[in-house]
Design a protein around this ligand. Sequence first.
Ligand code: NDP
Ligand SMILES: CCCCCC(=O)/C=C/[C@H]1[C@H](O)CC(=O)[C@@H]1CCCCCCC(=O)O
Length: 347
Amino acid sequence: MHVQRILFNSRPGNNGAPVPENFRLEDTSLQPDLNEGEVLVRTLYLSVDPYMRCRMNEDTGAGYLTPWRLSEVADGGGVGRVEASRWDVLAPGDVVTGFNWPWATHGVLKGSALQKMDPQLVDGHLSHLLGAVGLTGLTALLGIREKGHVTQGANQTLVVSGAAGACGSIAGQVGRLDGCSRVLGVCGSREKCAALVDELGFTAAIDYRRDDVDARLKECCPDGVDVYFDNVGGAISDAVISQMNSGGHVVLCGQISQYNKDVPYPPPLDPRTQETLLRLGITRERFTVLSYMDQVDAALLQLSTWVRSGQLKVRETVVDGLENMGVAFCSMMEGGNMGKQIIKVSD
Ligand SMILES: NC(=O)C1=CN([C@@H]2O[C@H](COP(=O)(O)OP(=O)(O)OC[C@H]3O[C@@H](n4cnc5c(N)ncnc54)[C@H](OP(=O)(O)O)[C@@H]3O)[C@@H](O)[C@H]2O)C=CC1
Ligand SMILES: CCCCCC(=O)/C=C/[C@H]1[C@H](O)CC(=O)[C@@H]1CCCCCCC(=O)O
């Protein structure tokens, strides 16, 4: 059968922004004959994620991430439909997701590497299985609950960086639903700020590209910051942490501002920020959603319930066409997305 796939074409180098030409589209054929345990899937949606920038380096800097190999098919999170199966658990028509989905229109995958999903969980919006009711939503919900120490009635102020993105837009809403009295988002445009406040229920938002971040933080967080959900690191995080209360908590979710730099993960902290954390007894623990897989079923049900009831609003930036994977990835790394960046591959 004829398939299209995206090969990893070149490395951007440990220092520097990726370009779409780091990927290339290939037309080829796939032998759909299956061995025992294999499944033929048709790709519906592919996930576009910041951690992929680390997979573009020869050394990813993170133990659990393998580098993409040159001239091989890139992979990541995906959702698709089973077309043929020699794995007992799956049958044609089933909707499945996986972490190592090939960037291709069809693929032959190991059945044991796939999770069967109930489309009712997302009312048929299957792209949400990669976002709000998938790893993104889980990251936000479990990050807040495992590391944020949010307590109903405690009058806490939560700040979220990368707030208009996939994880951030959900984390802020979860913080509000779990009891924070004030939720402030930091993001990269006026339009994103407006969406956070007008649509997603954030109390206020800061445009870090145009506003005086320190001054706006003081203005919007008059009682200081109790919980910080950190998606970006760097200068924004230094500014937020400098206004945190003693005994506060930083959820170390990601550090995207450093991913185009040759630094390990997590990147070293500014010494003044390190001193603030120590002096004020602020926790800053690394959070990885993959460490909490035992909680996935209950957490997905919670996210699904909130989305279906309208309590949790979902934003996505969906681009059509496998051939646009590289462009969409580079755009996301520069803030071109609002909510989860998705590629739609087929209906
Ligand atoms: N710990 C875990 O288990 C997981 C962690 N993550 C991490 O969460 C973070 C968000 O991921 P995700 O929600 O998928 O991606 P997003 O949807 O948030 O997309 C990335 C966003 O980062 C912002 N950004 C890019 N460069 C910078 C910069 N230099 N400074 C500030 N903001 C920047 C852009 O928004 P803007 O317009 O605001 O600049 C862009 O839209 C990442 O750090 C990622 O690695 C993700 C999944 C799981
Ligand atoms: C090195 C920077 C990572 C920063 C944090 C981050 O973005 C983590 C993302 C992972 C999260 O735990 C859930 C995911 O989907 C991300 C990892 C996926 C791992 C898949 C394995 C890929 C491989 O074969 O290397």
